[in-house]
Design a protein. Structure first.
Lengths: 374, 374, 374, 374
């Protein structure tokens, strides 16, 4: 069931293994009438694509998506949109010698125990390659949001011990986006970015890897997105983010800092600007009681250091006998997965928001005019 | 839809407002054959009940649950279990004068905008009173887990600036539980607990409130719980925790600390003890690739300081005109909601695990023997 | 899971056993702003209530529903609506002596085998008493439909060998409804109704029971309800109807008669009346490709004769030993369950339509104006 | 949402248009460990394939399925199974001249109204070509069932005015299957089959089409499949069957005949044979209270005559202006869609049963031994 599907009304199902013939995603519930073509999707995929910088895996995947259904005369028809990305640069042979040794921090152990069988080639279904499907579906979601003047953005805010200075998210989101695209690390703080690159190179030289933190925002949200209780906007965002491989933590607004604050410092006071009710501050990060307030959404996601490192590691084989795990020569991995996670976090945020937007149409007996004014 | 429901196979639907006639929860999908009576549920509710200590709201609710369906001759029948808790100590009159003023940090604004109508009495549906339903359903979940030798526990680990020393979760879970129950704060570090109490009293004296952090664990998990990709165990836990009122952050294992670590330090190396494969360390917090490893599950949840404070706050009314928000005299609130969140976090953890346990029965063509040996 | 829940966006969960403390239903996803009170629900329940005529079970249940949540100041708030009906006239003692003998045509065998435990008192969860919850939720659904000028109606069209003349569903639906309410059998053909009553009395005298057929219609549907492929309007109606106890068949439009027709006879030709496109005939029964055409919806449902008959029946006990099944003296049953199924069929039709109405709001990128003109 | 998905635990999502690049289906939730290859699927598709007999559409589609994911070393891995069938013999040009004229009995009107856009080429998403995806997924389902000694079968039982003699479903199912495969019509009554062929040829000569009825059965079911109330086995079957294009009615057991019977005639009396409890007769068709009894499942489905006929039909264009609809010369259609519906009905039956089989694993606290004995 639902393990490979995400969303209620705008619902994607992803499929495919890292070294299979292809990977793909089917979107069921995309509203009809959205202009859409492969360029929309391939532009998004290009940001996530590996092999472009010294700071990501050298695996070369053109990552050209094709739309197989659901679009006619340049517009979505309401039918499921099937997007397929063929795998090209997959070399499974080097995984053969290590297939029975448990790889630290990897899926081998738990997949084999759960299913009794594991497609170990390149990590199979557990590979981060699956996130290309999220980015492809996210590109469709982002286009819907844009139609309603909602924009999302994500960026890198920490790598190892290097923290970027906090971004002013009250800036126009176009400026934010421009800042995040100024370097290969999606880091809007140029000085920090240089230090991050140095840290990554040092880790690579030591055959090691680094963790990192990705922040995300959304501007232009109407008041009312998110359903209270178990489908709070932040609850669905948290699930979305913790479903990304290697993610270990989630914050909305002040996050864990809120635990150390007083109510008088944390409360966002209401005011009215040009007859629009808003809050003076935004410690909450854009929601109240699980529902969007109209203030910018703001949260972040922690990523662990990739478990693939160029050092021999003590382990056992699948039968429990002691064995050393050594990555096969020439194997290709990200030294800091948080970098390539940036477009994935952005995509997951957009997917949650589009679903909330469609769900919100059923909240009232009569549909509010605001929803159709786009 | 699903906004008031939680879970796939073990699915609860909760209902009720803070000042309505009653609140309740219906569990659909509880397996037949579980011994269950009201005492099981009321014992759990007693831990969450307000009015017992100076550190929680003085509202007096006996919180006596009644089981209306689904149990026959002391056992669950597979039919839905309807649990009802009648509200008794509800005084709505004092909310009347402030009903049109937007309450900082509260649901008034977003509920009114989303639905066009808001049951403001005691917070209505947005009240934390709803969490009693989670605890009631969680008590059923915990009893199922216990049948399979799985135990969960939660405790308070920080309040404001006071941090407890980290608990050794490798201890026997019965010891952990005993430690967490040694004081009213569910804090296993007695010295820290005293400082927390002092901090709360100081905040109360200043008419203010404090945030806090709750940790949770589960022992005895089989390898294999959690479905990869979008239903990773930590993804469902994150959604569960962020759906609790006032929660702002979630971590599994090292959480945000992982972002600042190297792979060689974070990786948990495999070993075999008595022919059981396990990891030497547990930085991951009990899952790999979204699936339980058999190691203790470990995570934590951040709670903001309650927004109800005894200080006047600048605000606007529902029409946008400037207004001051002052809590009505005699209104009752938690100075640190993280304390009473402890049994709620524990309940949500148990609910996620039971669902994963049942889902796992469909993972393989033939059912593994381990599942029926309990 | 979902076994006790129905609907996607307008989703009900029902609970309760025939001889338990109460039965109830929780509606999650009812749009906010609908005027609603207990009278709306109790008026609907009165139609289904037993004990009113010689042709239905003499069990006396006042069937007074109470609304426990989700309504404030006379309007729905978007929060779950919990409706509870307390059981009063339940006498379980007479089921004790027969509890181990398999009752022909009843749930005893399959429930006991599936769950290992069976609440046999009055049929427990398998009792048709559960349908009161459907009627209660259906009353809310019908009120929403009425807000959009959609009306539903059901009636009795056959009992045993007596067939009513086919109703002209092109009549105004208020006339149809008036005709169906002219007698206790909900049969708009007065002459047939008399023959049906005679047939039922003859069956009762022989200690036997009779089957019957219920028809349903809906007028005022917009074009576009129903989602193609697996959520076709008729597919969801079929599931809804076959979930009613004792139902054995479902037809939309010509139903099984269509199997014996030619395409030239069955095709409904398009025409335009006052600039509204419609079909000259309505063999299809109101849908094309699973989506409503705007023509009246028309279908019917077959009900088997109740298996509770006043004749000794050969059977076995739960251990397989031969035993005779005899209904306990004074036990109360419907001689023709199709009569009391009429308001249940109507309710299920309304529930499917409301869900389709809300789902349809997500079909297009921009919401069609027609949806908010009500 | 769910409009293109089917099933709870064994859940398929289908995609693709009749004249698009390909059609496909993704199965999420197939248990790991099932031997599976493309031959399994292509053998099933061959039965449904068009162009083989004079009684079905002459469109030539090799219908070669490829498995793109979810299978490794010849076995399912628990990951989603993506099956793709490329379209080859699609000629869209002939649909161009008639694209604005409403086609009687077809999707043009309702799709255009619902979505504002319609991929009219070959019927687009509304084409019965989508049923190839059902058959492909059904082949996987049938293989799982076979592992548990459950077999399903479907056959043609009526065409126009020709009714086959009723099949004795107490026969061994291998015999039933052999009988249904003895001719191109899947009709086990050889004499009736000849008459059906004659009737179809006469209809084709008159430029007309015929309806028909398909029956289905399943042997070897354990007691206990199906969840009571809203997920009754027959309810899910009814939804499954009414989701097949052109279906208009559904019966389980005696179906509409039950409406004209007495309880004493319809009740199936319990007996025990070789210590196995069963019923002497099987009027119910294999379920009681929505749960399988272990007796053969038996039901049938009515199909309307195809609306594509070789006669000019009066209609209107999309703007409502009078227009005549004439099928383009050389267009290819089934004269009696019930024939090719036979493997589709069989597939839908298997899909419902596999889902019920997996759901049933969560019914009891401890899993019954019977489930793992296969």
């Amino acid at each position: 069931m639902a393990s490979n599907a995400f969303g209620n009304l705008f619902r994607l199902t992803s499929w495919g293994e890292s070294h299979g013939k292809a990977i793909g995603v089917v979107i069921d519930g995309c509203p009809a009438g959205l202009p859409l073509n492969t360029d929309d999707i391939n532009a998004a995929l290009a940001r996530r694509a590996p092999g472009k910088t010294p700071y990501t895996t050298p695996r070369q995947e053109a990552d050209i998506a094709e739309i197989y259904s659901g679009v006619f005369n340049g517009k979505t028809t309401g039918a499921p949109i099937s997007i397929i990305i063929f795998n090209k640069d997959a070399d499974s042979s080097k995984y053969e010698p290590i297939k029975n040794i448990l790889r630290p921090g990897h899926a081998t152990f738990t997949y084999t125990e759960k299913y009794g069988i594991y497609d170990y080639r390149g990590g199979g279904r557990a590979s981060a390659r699956e996130t290309a499907c999220r980015v492809a579906a996210g590109a469709v979601a982002k286009k819907i949001l844009l139609h309603f003047n909602i924009q999302t953005c994500a960026w890198l805010t920490a790598v190892g011990d290097v923290n970027a200075t906090q971004l002013n998210i009250d800036m126009d989101i176009t400026q934010i986006e421009r800042a995040t695209l100024q370097n290969d690390l999606f880091c809007p703080d140029a000085a920090a970015a240089q230090n991050m690159q140095a840290a990554i190179q040092a880790a690579m030289a030591a055959g090691d890897s680094l963790g990192g933190i990705v922040a995300f925002t959304a501007h232009g949200l109407p008041v009312g997105l998110g359903d209270p209780v178990y489908e709070k906007l932040e609850a669905n965002l948290a699930r979305a983010m913790l479903s990304i491989p290697a993610s270990k933590g989630f914050e909305i607004g002040e996050g864990f800092r809120a635990a150390h604050m007083t109510g008088s410092a944390h409360n966002d006071l209401f005011t009215a600007k040009n007859n629009v009710i808003q809050t003076r501050t935004n410690h909450a990060g854009g929601t109240l009681a699980g529902i969007s307030t109209g203030m910018p959404l703001l949260g972040c996601v922690a990523f662990k250091p990739p478990s693939s490192i160029q050092q021999p590691q003590s382990s056992v084989d699948i039968a429990g006998a002691a064995a050393e795990f050594v990555l096969p020569p020439g194997s290709r991995h990200d030294p800091c997965v948080a970098i390539r996670a940036v477009p994935v976090v952005d995509a997951m945020c957009a997917l949650v928001l589009v679903d909330a937007l469609l769900m919100n149409r059923a909240a009232k007996l009569d549909i509010p005019f605001a929803l159709q004014d786009a």
